[in-house]
Write a protein that binds this ligand. Structure first.
Ligand code: PMP
Length: 390
């Protein structure tokens, strides 16, 4: 049977960039010990107090259909949180509860883009971005952020592609680079959005993981609340990746339409998960800091360990659970180097090329193993880079 082009073309064809990851998993299955620094998932599981809240809610009867756009209690908490963190007045009708940030990325592009519209995004990028844009029938257009600018996007380069586009997707703190966009960068981006009448889709799923500087939500910049759709999630902030819980924050009209999309797609998020999410948000900032602390510590460990040598340059990692390493001094591609590192030292990292061409000759290291294992893996990585650089 013939399948629709929208679904057969979703991934864009070719390698999905995760070959090193699959190889590492196969080696592990075959009994080889591999240090995996690939996936952006905590090395701790969801806290038992949150699981208890989930269980309690289910036992209390939160097992039927939920409000498709989210419980009022959860939308209110998210609105309060966003108001407090950004200073932008936000109410429950500015919030749609979705099953994770990924669903938020889909809903926001569905809201912003008509069939065939150009949708801009920044390369290097989180792996699902181009496919998500294709999934709504729009055309993904990548704009490179460059290593010479430490991967801060250049608003002038975005402006050069912006005429006639429908949306621009940005992500700070950034996956895969660990870079936090400066206020200057974001003001420049906001100006491009205003000048070209773009929806700005702001992926802020790492907003509790900032080590240096401050997280600025572009929705808080002048005249941006009416054209910004923020994607948030509890996956990273509360180690709840498997619970599939997140939100979209935006203008009421857009949120109401995305609520209709929820009715016709997900039909809402499990009620006991929403109740557990309320409980988890009430745990407050201390809990979020506790979840983020290992990544802050390991980021410091990594940057210290990489000091005083020239084979590997660390991109200033100011947030998120990754460090991006420039290995161009070795003359090898990220892909070549990552495969060699896996074969010779049983350490798995992601080639920069998995996240677009802007990160060619780089590696993304996820800070998701115990400190000692991370230090040992990085020492092996540096030794190999030194060898390759001669
Ligand atoms: N955006 C970015 C930048 C991510 O790294 C991820 C997950 N790795 C997501 C969105 C989606 O996360 P989730 O659907 O678990 O909220």
């Amino acid at each position: 049977m013939k399948l629709a082009k929208r679904i057969t073309g979703l991934t864009g064809g070719g390698s999905d960039g995760w070959d090193v990851f699959y190889r590492a998993r196969a080696m592990k299955a075959g009994g080889t010990e591999v240090t995996e620094l690939t996936i952006g998932e905590h090395d701790v599981r969801t806290d038992p107090v949150i699981l208890d809240a989930m269980h309690r809610a289910a036992m209390e009867g939160y097992t039927g259909y939920s409000m498709f756009n989210g419980h009022f209690s959860l939308r209110s908490r998210v609105a309060e949180r966003v108001s407090a963190r950004t200073g932008v007045p936000t109410g429950p009708d500015n919030v749609l509860v979705v099953p994770g940030g990924q669903a938020g990325l889909f809903a926001t592009h569905h809201a912003a883009c008509d069939e065939g519209d150009r949708a801009l995004y920044i390369d290097p990028y989180y792996a699902t971005y181009p496919g998500t844009i294709r999934a709504v029938g729009a055309e993904p257009v990548a704009i490179r952020a460059r290593p010479e600018r430490n991967f801060q996007p250049d608003p002038a380069e975005i402006a050069a592609q912006a005429d006639g586009a429908a949306s621009l997707l940005v992500n700070t703190p950034n996956n895969p680079t660990g870079v936090v966009y400066t206020r200057d960068t974001l003001e420049g981006i906001a100006q491009v959005a205003r000048d070209n009448d773009l929806w700005l889709i702001s992926d802020e799923v790492y907003d509790t993981q900032v080590w240096q500087g401050a997280h600025v939500s572009p929705r808080a910049l002048p005249d941006m609340a009416d054209r910004t759709l923020v994607v948030g999630s509890m996956s990273k902030s509360h180690a709840m990746t498997g619970s599939r819980i997140g939100w979209v924050v935006g203008p009421e009209e857009a949120i109401a339409h995305m609520g209709n999309l929820a009715t016709h797609t997900t039909y809402g998020v499990a009620a006991f998960i929403q109740e557990a999410a309320c409980y988890a948000l009430d745990l407050g900032a201390d809990f979020e800091e506790k979840i983020a602390a290992p990544f802050r510590r390991r980021r410091d460990l990594a940057l210290n360990l990489l000091e005083g040598q020239s084979a590997v340059r660390a991109i200033p990692a100011d947030g998120a659970m990754y460090v991006m390493l420039d290995i161009r001094a070795t003359g090898l591609s990220g892909e070549h180097f990552a495969n060699m590192l896996l074969d010779t030292h049983h350490v798995a990292v992601m080639p920069g090329e998995s996240f677009g061409q802007a990160a060619a000759g780089h590696l993304r290291v996820a800070l998701t193993v115990e400190d000692d294992a991370l230090a040992a893996a990085l020492e092996k990585l540096v030794a190999l880079a030194r060898e390759a650089a001669g």
